[in-house]
Design a protein around this ligand. Structure first.
Ligand SMILES: NC(=O)c1ccc[n+]([C@@H]2O[C@H](COP(=O)([O-])OP(=O)(O)OC[C@H]3O[C@@H](n4cnc5c(N)ncnc54)[C@H](OP(=O)(O)O)[C@@H]3O)[C@@H](O)[C@H]2O)c1
Length: 278
């Protein structure tokens, strides 16, 4: 029974969009949602990565994956993403607003030197995109009748200060606040909204021994004594997108190996350690 509630294969089979599903945590969540039975649409800017991720997701589920090249900063493109998905699959049930970028460092990232353009870009990709995606999905959910799930991806940086950047954390704190209001506003239509708050999760398997060593060194400071891996987002995403979490809305779920609980570093902030310092 409990495993039945985690299934996304209906009937009708749930339809999920994952922005930033072409790599990293988004691709990992897309694979898990597909394995749980959902039809998948992934959206990001780089077409070649979308295509290779679609093939990988299909290898896990056996079903074709829709790819829609999209810049999440453009609200018209987000509206078009929902339209394309509904035209293809006939409905939308799950909107995962995952695409994001870290603090831009080109023009500096301290309060003394961060340029307007970099501040705007970081807020836009991480926060505006979540609003555009949630709004477009909610409009579609309302057309379909009751039900729908919005899952946003924030960051532990939203919950603590970061000495080497602040636009990203500010944007992600906005994502958490937006999620709570979405939940309150949309509950009457049985639409749930939650956010996942990742700590450090490796986006892909380590490519060489140096990367393995660097991750081990950084993980040493975390409560779990390691960094997370992308696949570990998947089960949480399936839970939050499925009927298993039917009484859960407006919440933020931290997945950080106990990082915010406080690891060896007192704040749970994991320092960047060069492999050569091992
Ligand atoms: N990995 C972590 O440890 C960690 C920790 C906390 C929070 N997060 C959050 O988790 C989410 C995924 O991060 P990740 O680590 O998997 O990053 P990633 O590997 O760099 O993937 C980012 C994804 O977002 C897409 N993207 C970026 N800008 C976009 C835009 N303007 N329009 C459309 N798509 C865009 C990228 O594709 P294109 O560049 O091709 O568009 C890619 O698919 C982000 O929101 C990130 O802030 C990650």
């Amino acid at each position: 029974m409990v495993l039945e509630r985690l299934r996304l294969d209906g009937p009708p089979r749930k339809v999920a969009i994952i922005t930033g599903g072409s790599r990293g945590l988004g691709k990992a969540m897309a694979i898990s949602l597909a394995e749980a039975g959902a039809e998948i649409c992934i959206a990001s800017r780089t077409v070649a990565q979308l295509e290779s991720a679609a093939a990988e997701i299909k290898s896990h589920s056996g079903r074709d994956v829709l790819t829609v090249p999209t810049d999440v900063q453009q609200s018209a493109q987000m509206d078009a993403l929902i339209e394309r998905t509904v035209a293809h699959f006939g409905r939308l049930d799950i909107m995962v607003n995952n695409a994001g970028i870290g603090d831009r460092r080109g023009a500096g990232s301290t309060i003394y030197d961060l340029e307007d353009a970099d501040w705007n870009d970081t807020i836009s990709v991480n926060l505006y995109s979540t609003f555009y995606g949630a709004r477009a999905a909610a409009r579609q959910f309302r057309k379909q009748g009751p039900g729908g799930v919005i899952l946003n991806v924030a960051s532990g940086t939203a919950l603590r200060g970061n000495p080497t950047g602040f636009a990203y954390g500010a944007a992600k704190a906005g994502v958490i606040a937006l999620t709570k209001s979405l939940a309150a506003m949309l509950a009457g239509e049985e639409i749930r909204a939650n956010s996942i708050v990742p700590g450090f999760l490796a986006q892909a398997p380590a490519r060489n021994a140096e990367e393995v060593e660097m991750r081990a060194q950084r993980g040493r400071f975390n409560t779990a004594r390691r960094l997370g891996e992308a696949w570990e987002m998947g089960p949480l995403a399936v839970y939050l997108c499925s009927d298993a979490s039917s009484y859960v809305t407006g919440e933020s779920f931290v997945i950080d190996g106990g990082g915010l609980a406080g690891g060896v570093a007192p704040t749970g902030f994991t320092p960047v350690v060069e492999a050569s310092n091992a």
